[in-house]
Ligand binder design. Structure first.
Ligand code: FAD
Length: 432
């Protein structure tokens, strides 16, 4: 596709990368979008895949379908293994690709903060693979507990621990509580489901630290009413396959530990000789360019953008707005105009807790309960990419809401049920 137009490479088809693509579509530039997966994932609903609420296909959309109407955009399925900003080249599928401009939008990765055992034992929730792995694992725990005669083993199989009381931890805990004490209660008459525990561990004194106190307190009460044991001001000392040892002395015996306690910059960036902030994100200047490299931008979760002395949060609105701005600044550069500084338009934050309850904070206005939940549903459904996906998710939500059922309770692929609990998917993930 060499037609003499400047060549822009975008690495990552998440929110930042896709919105950059949309901005550059139909312009006099040639764009290569590179992503290791051939689909875009709508991460805000990932926890619902993990909690067997919706199918993975409901929140993913094929990249080629998204770009096929744009003749100046090409997609390459590959993991970028090296990037050389000086020579303006990268390596993808073993091939060297040159570019005039580049946007790095590779997202972020889980931060285990060096807690012993956390990385090797815990499940994480960052990709569609992760969500399917955790879903299979949870369902497998129920099957194993149904066969298990030892009461201690049964208890540890039915104790689900979540580390981190931010939005992902809270949303997952709520969804899991509704799964356990709803459909699973009906499915497993073999044992007393009231013995199943969901433990949410948070090191600070409140949940959802980014929201006002009143909303944190509401969230705490709501989760507790759903049956979640919330342990605040509790720090994890180490993790073993049998449980979580907390600094205050106790151990939570649990064979399912989900780590939702933090993220850091993309792993590959550390090998790309790029200036990084202390959490591994790529340091960018006001116009989203990387210092000393006037044609290379970073956007979204991968970028460390400081505003008023603090980095912007790693959220979808930040990623979308930065993706658009990085693309617009490249178009300005091509025209010979000045790039513009990025200014984030903050529309607020919202988190769902469970049926009929969510919390939201829009420009200082606080909402909680049913009204916030309806806003949450509408916003997520309208922002989900693809008409078919919206319908699939709406059907699943309706079945869940009106029939108190979860439609997606298959352990699939079936090899995930193998003995020893090391599922094939998990081993595959570990090899990556
Ligand atoms: C479970 C969960 C729940 C969330 N809930 C919310 C929410 O409710 N509201 C909200 O605003 N935000 C939420 N977020 C955060 C939000 O999803 C992210 O901020 C947003 O996805 C960031 O977009 P991005 O484009 O920077 O990165 P991503 O969306 O992560 O996309 C990065 C892309 O880069 C690709 N990639 C990575 N490395 C390479 C490589 N080397 N080569 C090729 N491709 C590569 C990946 O495959 C991926 O497609 C949530 C995140 C998670 C994980």
């Amino acid at each position: 596709m060499n037609n003499g137009n400047p060549h822009i490479v975008i690495i990552g088809a998440g929110f930042a990368g896709l919105w950059a693509v949309r901005t550059l579509s139909g312009k006099n530039v040639q764009v290569t979008l590179i992503d290791k997966n051939n689909y875009h994932t709508f991460l805000p609903l990932l926890y619902q895949v993990g909690a067997a609420e919706i199918e993975p296909e409901g929140i993913a959309y094929p990249i080629r379908s998204l770009i096929r109407k744009y003749s100046n955009i090409k997609y390459l399925r590959s993991e970028v293994s090296d990037l050389d900003l000086d020579s303006k080249t990268l390596i993808a599928n073993g091939r060297k690709i040159s570019f005039d401009y580049c946007i790095i939008a590779t997202g972020c990765t889980t931060n285990f903060f060096g807690i012993p055992g956390a990385e090797s034992v815990c499940f994480k929730l960052k990709t569609l693979d992760d969500a399917v792995i955790i879903r299979n694992h949870i369902l497998t725990c129920f099957e194993r507990a149904a066969f298990c005669t030892g009461i201690e083993r049964q208890n540890s199989l039915l104790t689900f621990t979540i580390v981190g009381g931010g939005p992902t931890g809270v949303e997952f805990a709520g969804a899991l509580a509704e799964l356990l004490y709803g459909p699973m209660r009906k499915d497993y008459p073999e044992y007393d489901i009231n013995k199943a525990r969901i433990v949410l561990i948070e090191s600070s004194s409140r949940l959802l630290g980014m929201l006002p106190d009143a909303l944190s307190s509401y969230t705490l009460k709501k989760l507790q009413s759903l049956g979640v044991e919330v342990m605040l001001e509790t720090s994890v000392e180490n993790i073993t396959p049998m449980g979580v040892k907390i600094k205050e002395g106790a151990t939570v015996e649990s064979e399912t530990i989900l780590w939702c306690a933090g993220v850091k910059g993309p792993v590959e960036a550390s090998g790309w000789r790029i200036p990084l902030a202390k959490d591994g994100r790529i340091t960018v200047s006001e116009d989203l360019r990387i210092k000393d490299y006037e044609n290379v931008y970073a956007a979204g979760d991968a970028a460390w953008f400081e505003f008023n002395g603090k980095p912007l949060p790693q959220t979808a609105p930040v990623a979308i707005q930065q993706g658009v701005m990085a693309a617009e600044n490249i178009l300005r550069q091509i025209k010979g105009s000045q790039t513009l500084p990025f200014r984030f338009v903050d529309k607020g934050a919202m988190v769902t807790i469970g049926r009929n309850s969510a919390v939201a904070n829009f420009a200082g206005m606080k909402f909680k309960g049913f009204f916030a939940w309806i806003i949450w549903l509408v916003i997520h459904l309208t922002n989900l990419i693809g008409f078919r996906n919206k319908i699939i998710v709406l059907i699943n939500w309706s079945i869940d809401y009106f029939l108190f059922e979860r439609a997606v309770r298959l352990i699939l692929p079936s090899c995930c049920n193998e003995p020893g609990f090391v599922s094939c998917l998990r081993r595959r993930r570990d090899k990556q």
